[in-house]
Design a protein around this ligand. Structure first.
Ligand code: 4AD
Ligand code: MG
Length: 453
């Protein structure tokens, strides 16, 4: 198997006759030799390759431009240059694939906006290479967090006939031809189906069988919000736990975020250094602070009071009973708490049917975890486990008892208190990298009016 640059750069001793494969970042030439900076994406670092002009294979040098792929045989020796331990003294240079002067990544310093238009090439840049290496490690750390705690990974359906959040933000899935009259029964599944907005309802069926479970998969929302934090296709992690109440749910969410922050600090040092230098100079301090103390918890009612007393003029007025807007959430996390904060017990009227009603008759056992710079990264709740209360809520929300009878069955047969939450994976990535636009932490972003590739 070909060795990666990451493995090669970890060498303890000089090594003769090794092979390096990768893409050329830069080429500098003098009379007697050429210097190629080569990377293969396995790590942030590059390897400098020294090619003696007298080498027989040096005649391919004129065809090796930025972006070309090469295979180089040579000796790994201690580098006299500053900032790098090793360099490769080439003995044979092979051009694998040319890149001509139209290659868009000739120089550094392109804007994220431009790089979004070449999403197929941007992983080759420093910023996106670092983002996507971190994305992979965070995904693995996410699984580790749950697996270490005995949670089971459940694959909930992508195509579904239920609308979990009830917000009408569903993408329809159909094989019916446009413009031809047809009944829902004629469709592929014999009924209307959609891309899932959440795996929660199906996740609950497994929590009521296996105890503690989680999902981690793509999620779709046809909400027309063109913001830096919304994507039409994003990845969500949804744990669901039998016998948890709202407070146990909040505690797990806090541990979950802290575990991922710790993984970022300890498992991604090279990328962290890059983000701190070029993306957000306060990143390390903010991540460290996240670990240092317990997350604050404020009830929705207290939060409304705090906002009203803040003396701030908000674009959206603060009214008990209305949803908190991003500007409110960010005030709470950034100005009031200056750190992550969990808001809980929201008015039941603005929350989905499945949330457990509190005894006050006005609020539901819901919670949102807000972080500085982003706002909501987690939304969750204790679920309504009482059959009569649930069916009344479904009626109130206009949900068909027949379509959701399987969900109601969980309350008919051995109902238990249970709770869960959903974490937006991209929002978490924005938090741990400091990257401020969701389009820059997902490989191929889907937003209103935009779905190339
Ligand atoms: O708050 P939401 O809508 O909660 C649910 O879907 C529940 N069913 C979760 C559960 O209890 N199992 O979404 C959860 C999280 C949000 O906090 C946010 O981080 C992320 O998903 N999210 C989005 N991320 C990117 N783009 C969007 N359009 C998002 N909508 C939600
Ligand atoms: Mg939410």
């Amino acid at each position: 198997m070909p060795e990666t640059l990451r493995q090669i750069l970890a060498s303890a001793e000089p090594r003769p006759a090794i092979t390096v494969r990768g893409w050329v970042r830069t080429k500098r030439e003098s009379k007697s030799c050429a210097f190629l900076e080569v990377t293969d994406g396995s790590c942030f670092r590059v390897l400098q390759i020294v090619v003696d002009a007298a080498l027989p294979s040096a005649d391919v040098l004129p065809s090796i431009l930025t972006g070309a792929s090469v295979e180089v045989l040579g000796d790994l020796i201690a580098s006299p240059a500053a900032g790098q331990k090793w360099e490769l003294q080439a003995t044979e240079l092979r051009l694998l694939g040319e890149a001509d002067a139209t290659y868009p990544l000739q120089k550094k310093g392109h804007t994220p906006e431009f790089l979004r238009t070449i999403a197929h090439l941007r992983p080759r840049t420093n910023l996106y290479g670092n983002v996507f290496r971190v994305r992979s490690r965070m995904a693995f750390a996410m699984h580790r967090f749950f697996q270490e705690r005995g949670f089971f990974y459940v694959h909930t359906p992508i195509i579904t006939s239920s609308d979990c959040e009830g917000a009408g933000e569903l993408f329809r899935v159909t094989t019916l031809k446009q413009g031809t009259p047809a009944k829902p029964e004629d469709d592929f599944f014999g009924r209307p189906t959609y891309l899932t907005v959440s795996g929660q309802l199906q996740g609950e069926t497994f929590a009521c069988a296996l105890g503690n479970i989680y999902t981690f998969g793509p999620t779709f929302r046809a909400e027309n919000s063109n913001t830096a934090r919304h994507a039409a296709e994003f990845w969500m992690i949804e744990p669901e736990m039998a016998f948890y109440d709202l407070f146990a749910d909040m505690t797990l969410a806090e541990e979950n975020v802290k575990y991922l922050v710790d993984a970022m600090l300890t498992e991604c040092p090279e990328e962290l250094e890059f983000f701190s230098k070029f993306v957000d100079k306060d990143l390390v301090a903010r991540l460290q602070q996240t670990l240092d103390k317990p997350f604050e918890r404020i009830s929705y009612t207290e939060a409304v009071e705090l906002l009203l007393q803040s003396g701030r003029r908000f674009e959206h007025p603060v009214v008990w009973g209305e949803a908190l807007q991003t500007e409110h959430e960010r005030y709470l996390a950034e100005q009031h708490v200056r750190g992550p904060v969990t808001i809980y017990n929201y008015p039941k009227a603005i929350k989905p049917f499945y949330m457990r009603q509190n005894d006050d008759g006005k609020t539901a056992a819901a919670m949102d975890l807000l972080v500085p710079g982003i706002g909501e990264i987690i939304g969750g709740s204790q679920r309504e486990e009482r059959l009569d209360v649930l069916t009344a809520a479904m009626q109130h929300h206009g949900l068909s008892q027949e379509d959701y009878s399987w969900y109601v069955d969980l309350r008919r047969y051995g109902s238990v208190p249970h709770a869960g939450y959903g974490m937006g994976f991209e929002r978490l990535l924005m938090f741990v990298t400091g990257v401020s636009n969701i389009r820059d932490v997902i490989p191929f972003a889907r937003t209103p009016g935009h779905a190339p590739y």
